[in-house]
Design a protein around this ligand. Sequence first.
Ligand SMILES: [Zn+2]
Length: 120
Amino acid sequence: MVDLRNINKLIMSKYFEEINDGNMDLDFLSKLDDARELAGIPFKINSAYRTPEHNAKVGGKPNSSHLKGLAVDISATDSRSRFIVLEALMRVGFNRIGVAKSFIHVDDDKEKSERVVWVY
Ligand SMILES: [Zn+2]
């Protein structure tokens, strides 16, 4: 689990490069960091880039945006933090969001429908 508290854009990107071999989309990470700053709370990332093998193992869809480095799952386990994360994501312009009991998925996959929120 990655705690992004107090990590600026550059360091965060570098960190993801290290753990994901540079497979995360940097524009996506930059926008995500804008949301984190706006939210003012740590974003704990449960999942970011996935290899096809890892994606299959965790039951991800074959066309998952995680495979493209365009998605993260942010830990959110109570109603307050869920609201704060959602509000910040939408304010910086994210419009593809999945809400689960313990996390919020967000992606910036231009090959998929815009302005959608789904539940798991
Ligand atoms: Zn996800």
